[in-house]
Write a protein of this length. Sequence first.
Length: 465
Amino acid sequence: MLRGRLTLLYSTLMGGVILLFGMAVYALVNVTLVNQIDDLLNNTAEDILEIARVDAVGELTILRLPPLDISTNVYVQVWDRHGRLISTSLESAQFPEALDNQGLVSLEANFRSIDYHGVHMRVLSLPLSVGGRDAGTMQVASSLAVVDSVREDLLYILIMAAIFAVIIAGIGSWLTIERSLAPLDTILATTEQINRADDLSRRIPYKHLPNDEVGQLVLAFNQTLERLETIFTSQQRFLADVSHELRTPLTVIKGNVGLMRRMNTVDEETLVSIDQEANRLTRLVGDLLLLAQAETGKIPLQKDALELDSLLFEVIQEMHILAGDKLMLKLSEIDQIQIQGDRDRLKQVLLNLVSNAIQYTPEGGEIFLSLSKVGKEARLIIRDTGPGIPAEDLPHIFDRFYRTEKSRTRSKASGFGLGLSIAYWIIANHDGKIDVESIEGEGSTFTISLPLFDSRKSKHLSVED
C-alpha cells in the first residue's frame, strides 16, 4: 500500500537522521568529558612538579604531595628510574603496583584509559628528567566512573528519544499522507463509478483541495473527463447522424430497385434518383476515409510552388456554375501570390468554403472573395451575406462531427459535418490558420492565412502529419 510505503520511508529517514545526530552528540560529549579529565590530570601534574626536589646525588625526591580535592578523585604515584615507588597518594600496601605499567617505559607523556583493580581510570604518565638524565616517571590518574555514568545515561536518553521520535514521525507521516492522498481515493471511486455506469459526466470534487500536486492532478483529471465527455458526445451524435445519412439513401435505393422489379421496367427518373443517392453515399464514405487518414497522419501533402491567384480564379469559374443566377460571386481584390502547398488539397478547401457560402446564402445575396499580401502571409477572405452562424455554434465550427444544423431532415445538398474539420486540418498542415467571424442576420467571413513561398526552401516537399 502506498501509504504504508511512504510512512515507512519517512520513518526510516527520520530514524537515520536522528541516529547520525545522536552519534554526533554522543561523540562530542564523550570527547568533552575526557578532555576535562585530561586537563585536570595535567594541571595536577604541574602542581606536583613545582614542589619536586633533587637530593645530593641527583635523585628525585618529593617532599610532599599537595593537598588534593577529594571531589576530584585524583591519584598520584611517583617512580624513580630504578622502578622504586617514591611517593603515592594511595595505600602502598594495597596498591604496590604501578597505575599503568606501559606508561613507566614510555619516553613521552601520554594519556591512557585503563582498568585498575576493577576501576575504569584515566592515567597520565609523565617522564621526569634531571639535568637531561632520566629521573623517573610520575603517573596521575582519575576515575572515569562519572564519565561512564554520563555516557550510559546519554546513550539511554538518545535511544529512547530516537524511538519516541520515530514513532511520532510515523504517526504524523501516516496522518499527513492519509490526508494528502485522500483525493486519490476519490479519484479511484469516481473512476470505478464511471466504469460501472459509463457516465462521463461525473467529476471529482475540487473544492477545499490544496493547490499542490494532488490538487493539480484532480484538476487535470476533471479536465480530461470533460474532454472525453465532449468527444464521446460528439461521436455519439456523429454516429447517429451517419446512421441516418446511410439509412436514408439506402432506403431510397432499395425502394427504387424494388419498384423496378415489380414494374419489370427501367424508369429513367428512378435511375437518376438511385444515382444521386449513390453519389451521396460515395461523398460520405470519402469524407470519412479522408478524416480517418488525417487523424492517423497518413495523408501525404505534395507541396510545390503554387500560384494561389490562379487557383482562386479556377475555383471561381467552377463555382459560377453552381451559383447560377441565384447569387453573385464577386472578386473584390486579388494579387499575384505564390505559396508552397498541395494544389489539390487547397482547392478542396476553397471549393468547400465557397460551396458552403453558396448553399447558405439566400437568393439575391452576394459572395465576396479577396486575395492579398499581409506581411509575409497570403490572406484569402471569403465573405457571404447569408444568415450567419449562431453564436453558440461559432466556437465549435471546426470541430469534428459538428454541424450547425440539428435537424434530422436536411436537404440532399447538406454536408456531414466533416468538411470544415478537414479544411482546418489541411490549412494547419500548410503552416497556416483559418478563422471565422459571423454575425447572425448579416453573414459570415472565413479568413485563411498561409505563409508566402520562400525560395530558399526546397520546392518539393512531401510531408505526412
